[in-house]
Design a protein around this ligand. Sequence first.
Ligand SMILES: Nc1ncnc2c1ncn2[C@@H]1O[C@H](COP(=O)(O)OP(=O)(O)OP(=O)(O)O)[C@@H](O)[C@H]1O
Ligand code: SF4
Length: 307
Amino acid sequence: MSLSKVKHIVLVLSGKGGVGKSSVTTQLALSLSLAGHSVGVLDVDLTGPSIPRMFAIEDAKVTQAPGGWLPITVHEADASAGIGSLRVMSLGFLLPRRGDAVVWRGPKKTAMVRQFLNDVFWEETDYLLIDTPPGTSDEHISLAETLLQKARPDQLAGAVVVTTPQAVATADVRKELNFCAKTGIRVLGVVENMCGFVCPNCSECTNIFMSGGGEVMANDFGVLFLGRVPIDPQFLVLIETGKRPRYPEGTSVNGQDISTPANAVPENHEIRDSALLVRKYQDCSLTPIFAKITTDVISAVRQRNVV
Ligand SMILES: Nc1ncnc2c1ncn2[C@@H]1O[C@H](COP(=O)(O)OP(=O)(O)OP(=O)(O)O)[C@@H](O)[C@H]1O
Ligand code: SF4
């Protein structure tokens, strides 16, 4: 079975579109692989698969093998550098042209989600992150049903729920938390994205929206609050153009110093296939914030396995 070599499955969910679910998935995947774990990313956001663009692998084509579809390798493991492999599967790879929209009806989408869970051949994978479509739609319900049928109970680690601070977003995300409770999916924690704005002129972080909604919601549901991630325009530029961000000395976000060191990329993080990708993300202000969130997600997953 395609999931048999996967240790932990983590869903990334949000009740509302555009809150940064795919960005959070991408950053968690990079942080996990840089921490030495083998990582898979499965993009089942059929209405707008953005994961290939975020990993700069939009032109990749998946191949069919006896065990199923082979995911695209972003980079191989490099034991000497302490880096784990990173592989990605997305509907985006199967569309004839970049940016094509998927206008299928519910049953066809459901069939595709099932096929993705059944037929993608994942090698030994510590963490499989599943980027889901927003809301509690057909894809969601089908994904939850199929996972509960296909995955071993010890594999399904739980869900990371992404929200933005505004009350309207959290109202939608509350529905998502209720969906998890109904379908028996454990919530590993809540991330509040786009909380504050990092000014490109002086790198000061200002709260332009009301903040704290994600934490209040996490407390209400008795789940872990994983942290706040500000809006960084340089992160957007990085994702859209691949241009590396640089921050002046003294720049800090959420109390963390994120100024770009003179030699930003340590030698041992350079690996053949993904040197560029790893380099550009390592220089981003949000990377240390996501590294901390990743550590907390790992402990939440481990805690669950001990219990
Ligand atoms: N913290 C951030 N700082 C700057 N830009 C961000 C941040 N988080 C997300 N973005 C940008 O916002 C846009 C939407 O993010 P993303 O695609 O991750 O959201 P999503 O919730 O997955 O959306 P969808 O509902 O379409 O799947 C992207 O262009 C992304 O680069
Ligand atoms: S944060 Fe500072 S530099 Fe940025 S817009 Fe405001 S006053 Fe100007």
